[in-house]
Design a protein around this ligand. Structure first.
Ligand SMILES: [Cu+2]
Length: 140
């Protein structure tokens, strides 16, 4: 009986020490801290014209295709998009241009006309449509 207890506590001790070794790789921790301090996400909201759910998919796909963009959400009612991006990798104009290249007007860049003409009929929005948001940069 004594032997069983002894070997059990031995196993527990070994378990503890190996756990400790796994959770303390000091080099990894240093690297993680570095990554966290480098990433600065910027949230930006600006006007983008469009009609429907298909427009939403096209606009968001175009915004997300820009390297550094982490999220994109186009609001059909407000005719505006909210994007989050890493400003060490991209900037607002790159996102405006990517959306415009897909055929959609933003408040800074007019949509590419031939891309617009290739959009499905229901997506060929009115070029005079009002975009109700002005650009606004917020930092976290
Ligand atoms: Cu559409």
């Amino acid at each position: 009986m004594k032997n069983v207890i002894l070997s059990l506590s031995l196993i527990t001790m070994i378990g503890f020490t190996s756990c400790k070794n796994e959770t303390k790789p000091t080099t990894d921790m240093a690297m993680n801290t570095e990554v966290v301090t480098k990433v600065e996400t910027i949230d930006l909201n600006f006007g983008v014209r469009g009609n429907c759910g298909m427009c939403k998919r096209t606009i968001e796909k175009a915004a997300n295709s820009v390297d550094g963009v982490t999220s994109a959400d186009w609001n059909r009612d407000k005719k505006s998009i909210t994007v989050s991006f890493d400003d060490t990798k991209t900037n607002d104009m790159a996102i405006h241009k990517a959306i415009a290249a897909s055929g959609y007007d933003t408040e800074k860049v007019l949509g590419n006309l031939s891309a617009y003409e290739n959009l499905p009929g229901c997506c060929q929005y009115d070029h005079n449509m009002e975009m109700n948001q002005s650009g606004e940069i917020k930092e976290h």
